[in-house]
Design a protein around this ligand. Structure first.
Ligand code: ADP
Ligand code: ASP
Ligand code: MG
Length: 505
């Protein structure tokens, strides 16, 4: 029998320590109860990230292994083990579960040590270390699934960790010096092969009433090499697995109430957005909102599978639903969210003969893609010029490629920039919205260096050092005006309580 399933993905902060993992287990067990209650609720398949900070730790470990810094390597490994043993002591209460969990953790840690040694060897022989590094980076998830599965079982709900890779990918491009260490570029999920593999691993568990707890982030090639979907890629892996299982919904459990109007770490009065269209959410994540990995919606949007973003620590809240446009819910809106993407550079190509830019745009972007750097935003073009924004760390290699292949063009670069995106499906149909955005920055004396617009909103390129100020003024002007707290010496109780609630708005 085919089960109607939903995918529940828990991020690194949600599984950050033993106590949090117990909270995750409680949520999973509640979903299982609901699915069995006959209320048409789908059966959960769980996807988890590594405990927060662990993938960084594994990449440091891999780097030490490659550079032969053995003492640091051993220290990092010891800390990693301790972190998981500390969590293990908290996640299960029953003795037999405790012993089983420790045994599973130990054998996984031994496998990690073997993979670190294999990486060391490859590095000593001067071979490319990309694939072996990906194998080491994958252990964070292989360890956290053990903790989560044990915690769920400890609550009396049958659960099984799946340490094997579910997602089948293309082989990655082997890193060259232009990529940061440990970033595996170009491993793309193969949908048909992934669906076959996912059903093979998950269906037998569902048939027995066992909840599968799968690793986010990692995959493997058809020939068996471990790959990853890139840093912060477990949101993406959850939707890849969700699409492979044709699930009803993917829920991303994280540490905020849902998708907010802006980054809550930067702006205190960010508000919850109950609904977002796929296009709005895609733009939001592309322009810097960490809450969703930029590729998250690719597997699910064409199938109209909704993605819900919820808070692990406040599970009674419904969160944000990202889904197809529903009339009256996602209808045209002004600015709904403001984001900032930092550390960018603006590259401008100018032709000396005053013409030729449109014809040569294809060549420019092909060269950028060849060095592994897609433009973040294309800002402007005319007969003889073309300007676009890229990640600052990729600028040098793009410039070198452009100068090499397009020698008769003048290439200029302005660094230390950021993109502030004002996002909303009706943003540009209201003539005042773009005007308000530009005026807000002008009031703050913030120069708009370049800009781009589309049906989903506008993007303003500003100096990086002014970007947080720009974000604040755009959010204040377009979304949530700050209401000054007015104090009246003889205010009545009612008036003063009104003033206080307004100041909190
Ligand atoms: P996880 O560990 O669950 O994957 P992340 O740290 O990757 O969580 O993403 C959640 C974080 O994203 C939040 O803690 C929040 O600080 C940040 N964030 C940035 N922009 C937004 C936004 N617009 N809405 C919600 N969260 C945001
Ligand atoms: N553990 C991976 C990382 O830290 C994937 C993720 O958490 O999204 O990049
Ligand atoms: Mg994340």
């Amino acid at each position: 029998m085919q089960h109607a399933v939903c995918v529940l993905k828990f991020g690194g902060t949600s599984v950050g320590n033993g106590e949090r993992i117990r909270q995750v287990a409680k949520i999973v067990a509640d979903h299982v109860v609901e699915a069995r209650s006959g209320k048409d609720s789908p059966t959960p398949v769980v996807v988890v990230s590594a405990m927060s900070g662990v993938t960084d730790q594994l990449l440091r470990l891999a780097r030490y292994a490659c550079t032969g810094t053995n003492e640091e390597c051993a220290r990092e490994l010891k800390q990693l083990k301790q972190k998981h043993f500390d969590a293990a002591a908290e996640v299960v209460e029953q003795r037999e579960h405790q012993a089983q969990l420790l045994g599973n953790l130990l054998s996984t840690l031994e496998a990690l040590e073997r993979d670190v040694k294999a990486l060391q060897l490859v590095a000593q022989q001067g071979q490319n270390v990309t694939l072996r590094t990906a194998a080491v980076a994958s252990y964070g998830e292989r360890l956290s699934v053990l903790l989560v599965a044990a915690a769920v079982r400890d609550l009396g709900t049958a659960a099984q960790a799946i340490q094997k890779e579910i997602i089948i990918t293309t082989p990655p491009q082997l890193n060259d010096d232009t990529q940061p260490f440990g970033v595996v570029v170009g491993a793309e999920p193969l949908p048909r092969e992934t669906a076959e593999n996912a059903h093979g691993l998950i269906d037998p568990l569902l048939a027995e009433g066992v909840t599968p707890i799968a690793c986010g982030f990692l995959g493997r090639t058809l020939t068996g090499y471990v790959t990853t979907l890139g840093r912060n890629g477990s949101d993406y892996s959850a939707t890849v697995i969700g699409a492979a299982l044709d699930c009803q919904e993917v829920t991303i459990y994280t540490d905020v109430d849902g998708v907010l109007t802006t980054d809550p770490r930067l702006i205190a009065n960010a508000r919850l957005l109950p609904h977002l269209s796929y296009a709005e959410a895609a733009r939001l994540s592309w322009f810097g909102a960490k809450v969703l990995h930029p590729r998250t919606l690719i597997p699910v949007a064409p199938r109209n599978i909704p993605v819900r973003v919820r808070n692990t620590f406040r599970p009674h809240l419904r969160g944000t639903v990202v889904g197809p446009v529903v009339n009256g819910v996602n209808g045209l809106s002004g600015a709904r969210a403001i984001t900032v993407r930092r550390n960018l550079a603006l590259i401008t190509m100018e032709s000396t003969n005053l013409f030729g830019a449109p014809e040569n745009a294809g060549q420019v972007f092909e060269l950028a893609a060849r060095v592994g750097a897609a433009p973040i935003a294309i800002c402007s073009s005319s007969g003889h010029h073309l300007s676009f924004v890229v990640e600052e760390q990729a600028a040098d290699s793009i410039i070198a490629a452009l100068q090499h292949d397009m020698g008769d063009w003048l290439v200029r670069c302005r660094r230390a920039l950021a993109a502030c995106a004002c996002i909303g499906s009706g943003f540009v149909s209201d003539p005042m919205s773009p005007a308000h955005a530009v005026a807000a920055l002008a009031h703050e004396r913030i120069l708009v260096i370049a800009q781009g617009s589309s049906e989903q909103g506008i993007t303003l390129i500003v100096e990086d050092r002014a970007s947080v100020r720009a974000l604040r003024s755009l959010h204040r002007e377009l979304i949530a005006p700050a209401i000054p707290l007015v104090r009246h010496a003889q205010a009545t109780t009612k008036e003063s309580s009104l003033a206080t609630s307004a100041s909190r708005a």
